[in-house]
Design a protein around this ligand. Structure first.
Ligand code: GRF
Length: 190
């Protein structure tokens, strides 16, 4: 059975695009049913609309509490009949009450080799630490930020002279391959 996937974004949505493109394959066990952004100006919405995919904006600035914001997102996910939720550059912290409604059905991509460097500025932190490699992780979402069971990781070398930007360019390429592979894996378990 095809799983119905909702993708949550805040920005350009290159991982969302990679997921949608991968789901076009006949043998991919999932289909995109909703692209939801918390910012009306999220660049990824243009791609989603051009693809003819259902989109929604739940603007966090219009809600008084995180709980109310998360409840509005939950409603959209239910309305779309989503089975699985992919966070793809979604830059809002989610409340435990919401996260627990999607246990084992919500996954995230993070640009570090977790458990190293949860949070922001991951590439600069890896460079500053003198690490030999960096990478990205896809994991199940739990209430604690950037924690949760790891589904997959990809590694890249850190090269002499790397800046956060040059490293990010190297990592994002492997993100775009890792996330669809991990979605397929999570889909088989959902
Ligand atoms: C990616 O590096 C992702 O790992 C992180 O935020 C960035 C989002 O980029 N969570 P994009 O919007 O998918 O292009």
């Amino acid at each position: 059975m095809m799983k119905r996937v909702a993708i949550l974004i805040s920005g350009r949505g290159s991982n969302m695009t990679a997921l949608v493109e991968a789901m076009k394959a006949d043998d991919f066990p999932a289909e995109p049913v909703l692209i939801l952004a918390n910012r009306p100006d999220a660049g990824g919405l243009d791609y989603a609309k051009a693809e003819g995919l259902p989109t929604a904006v739940v603007d966090h600035t219009r809600f008084d509490t995180r709980e109310a914001f998360d409840a509005a997102i939950h409603q959209e996910l239910i309305a779309a009949n989503a089975d699985i939720v992919c966070l793809a550059g979604f830059m809002r912290l989610l409340t435990p009450g919401f996260v627990n409604k999607w246990t084992d059905r919500m996954i995230n991509i993070h640009p570090s080799l977790l458990p190293k460097y949860p949070g922001l500025h991951t590439h600069q932190r890896a460079i500053d630490a003198g690490d030999a490699e960096a990478g990205c992780t896809v994991h199940y979402v739990v209430p604690e930020m950037d924690a949760g069971e790891i589904i997959g990781q990809s590694r890249v070398p850190i090269q002499p002279g790397d800046t956060a930007d040059t490293l990010a360019t190297r990592v994002i390429k492997v993100e775009h391959a890792l996330y669809p592979a991990c979605l397929a894996k999570a889909t088989a378990q959902a």
